[in-house]
Design a protein around this ligand. Structure first.
Ligand SMILES: Cc1ncc(COP(=O)(O)O)c(C=O)c1O
Length: 395
C-alpha cells in the first residue's frame, strides 16, 4: 500500500519551507502526537498530575500494547523508560558479569554502549572482543561463530549505527546467540520506526529503543524489551518502589515482569506521546515506511554521488535512511550551519560516537542527512542545489 503523503504533510507542525533531514537526531512529531501530549499536560495542570494519570490509566496501559504490537512481544515484556540509553543500561547492568566473562560486540557499536563495556572491563575484568566486519561492513557472522567459547556471556549489537547507513544482520546473529544459549542485547535506537523490528524473529533477550527518532515521538521517552523467560534472573542496577516492593524491614521483592526495569516517576505526557507515535507508525505500516525510505535514501545517495567534492561514507548491503557524507574543503559542522541558513536541517556526526569504525575507516566528522517518509524528492533536489553552491570541485 503506498503512503498517503497528503495526510502526512497535513499532520506536520513545521513551517512549510523547512526541510528536516534529521530524523536520526530527533524527528518531527505529527500533530496527533503533539496534541495528545498537550491534552495530558493540560489535564495535569487542571486536575493534578496523579489524578490525571489515574484518569488516563487505560490509555497509559495501552502504551504497553502499542510497543508489544510494534516489536511483536508480550505487554509484560515491555518497560517504559526515559530514553534508549537508560533502557540499554538497565539491561546491561542487570547481567551478573564475572571476571573473565566475554562481551562480543560490533565495530560500529555506539559510544555510550562501548564505554559501559570499558567500565565493566575495568571494574570486573570482563573481556571485550570486537567481531570483525565482513567486506560489506556488516558484522561478520562467520567470524562471530569462530569467536564463541564458554566465556562468552553477552553478544551486544547495534542494529543501525548512528551513522554510516549500515544495517547489521541481527537475525543471523540472533540465531547464533540462541543456538549457543548466550544473552543477546540489541540496540534498536535508530531502527525502531524505520524498519520492521520483530523480537521473536531476532531472538534477542533485550532490545532498547527511543521515542524521538524514527518513531517520531517526543524527546525523553523510550522503551526496553526484556524476554519473559530471563526476567527473573536479572538484577536491575537501580530499584525503587515501582520495580520492587519493600515487604519486610530487611527485604524486598522485585517484580516478575519487565516493569522491574522501570522507575515510579514518569513523564506521562511524553510516554503517551510515544504510544501515539507508535500507533501512528503502525497505521501507516512499518513495511510501507521502510520501502518509501529505502527509495528516498537511494535517491539522496545517487544525487550526492553526482556532486564533485562529496565523499559518501555509507556501507552495508542493505543501506538505511541515514545518509552520511563529507565535503572537500568544508568542515561538516560548517556544512550543517550553511544548510540551516537555507532551512535545511541535518546533523553532524563525530568519530567519537562510533570510535572503532571511525578509526578503522578513518572517518572524518560527517554530515548526517537522515530521511523519513514525510520527506520527498524535491526536498532532496533542494539540498543538492544548495550543496552545489559550496562544492569544491576536484583540483
Ligand atoms: C545507535 C544509538 N544507540 C543509542 C542512542 C542513545 O539514544 P538516547 O539518546 O535515546 O538515549 C543513540 C542516539 O543517537 C544511537 O544513535
Amino acid at each position: 500500500m503506498p503512503i498517503d503523503t497528503s495526510s502526512i504533510q497535513q499532520d506536520l507542525c513545521t513551517e512549510q519551507n523547512l526541510i528536516h533531514f534529521n530524523s536520526a537526531g530527533a524527528s518531527l512529531m505529527p500533530k496527533p502526537v503533539l496534541d495528545c501530549q498537550i491534552q495530558h499536560l493540560l489535564l495535569e495542570a487542571q486536575i493534578g498530575g496523579y489524578e490525571a494519570a489515574r484518569e488516563k490509566a487505560t490509555a497509559i496501559t495501552a502504551i504497553y500494547s502499542s510497543v508489544a504490537t510494534l516489536i511483536n512481544c508480550e505487554e509484560n515484556e515491555v518497560a517504559l523508560v526515559e530514553n534508549a540509553t537508560i533502557g540499554w543500561f538497565s539491561a546491561f547492568y542487570s547481567i551478573d558479569f564475572k571476571a573473565g566473562d566475554k562481551i562480543l560486540t560490533s565495530e560500529s557499536e555506539y559510544g555510550s554502549n562501548y564505554m559501559s563495556y570499558l567500565q565493566l572491563a575495568r571494574e570486573k575484568e570482563v573481556v571485550i572482543e570486537v567481531i570483525p566486519s565482513n567486506s560489506d561492513g556488516e558484522v561478520c557472522v562467520i567470524a562471530l561463530q569462530k569467536m564463541l567459547d564458554k566465556f562468552v556471556k553477552l553478544i551486544a549489537i547495534t542494529h543501525i549505527p548512528t551513522n554510516g547507513g549500515l544495517v547489521n544482520p541481527i537475525i543471523e546473529i540472533g540465531k547464533i546467540a540462541a543456538a549457543n544459549n548466550i544473552l543477546y542485547l540489541v540496540d534498536a535506537c535508530q531502527s525502531v520506526g524505520q524498519l520492521p523490528v520483530d523480537v521473536k524473529e531476532i531472538q534477542c533477550d533485550f532490545l532498547s529503543a527511543t521515542s524521538r527518532k524514527y518513531l517520531r515521538g517526543p524527546r525523553g521517552a523510550g522503551f526496553l524489551y526484556v524476554r519473559k523467560a530471563i526476567t527473573k534472573r536479572l538484577n536491575p542496577p537501580l530499584i525503587d518502589v515501582r520495580s520492587a516492593t519493600w515487604c519486610e524491614i530487611d527485604s524486598y521483592q522485585l517484580r516478575d515482569d519487565a516493569k522491574r526495569f522501570e522507575n515510579w516517576e514518569n513523564n506521562y505526557a511524553a510516554l503517551l506521546g510515544m504510544g501515539c507515535a507508535i500507533d501512528y507508525a503502525l497505521h501507516i505500516g512499518i513495511d510501507n515506511i521502510a520501502a518509501y525510505n529505502t527509495i528516498l535514501a537511494r535517491y539522496l545517495r545517487q544525487s550526492l554521488a553526482k556532486l564533485d567534492g562529496i565523499s559518501l561514507w555509507d556501507i552495508g548491503r542493505e543501506q538505511c535512511a541515514i545518509v552520511t557524507f563529507s565535503m572537500r574543503g568544508i568542515e561538516s559542522a560548517l556544512v550543517q550551519t550553511l544548510l540551516q541558513k537555507h532551512d535545511i536541517n541535518v546533523s553532524c556526526s563525530q568519530p567519537s560516537s562510533t570510535l572503532i569504525d571511525a578509526k578503522i575507516r578513518k572517518l572524518p566528522d560527517l554530515v548526517r542527512a537522515s530521511v523519513h517518509y514525510f520527506n520527498n524528492y524535491s526536498q532532496i533536489d533542494k539540498l543538492i542545489n544548495v550543496l552545489k553552491q559550496f562544492c569544491h570541485p576536484t583540483p
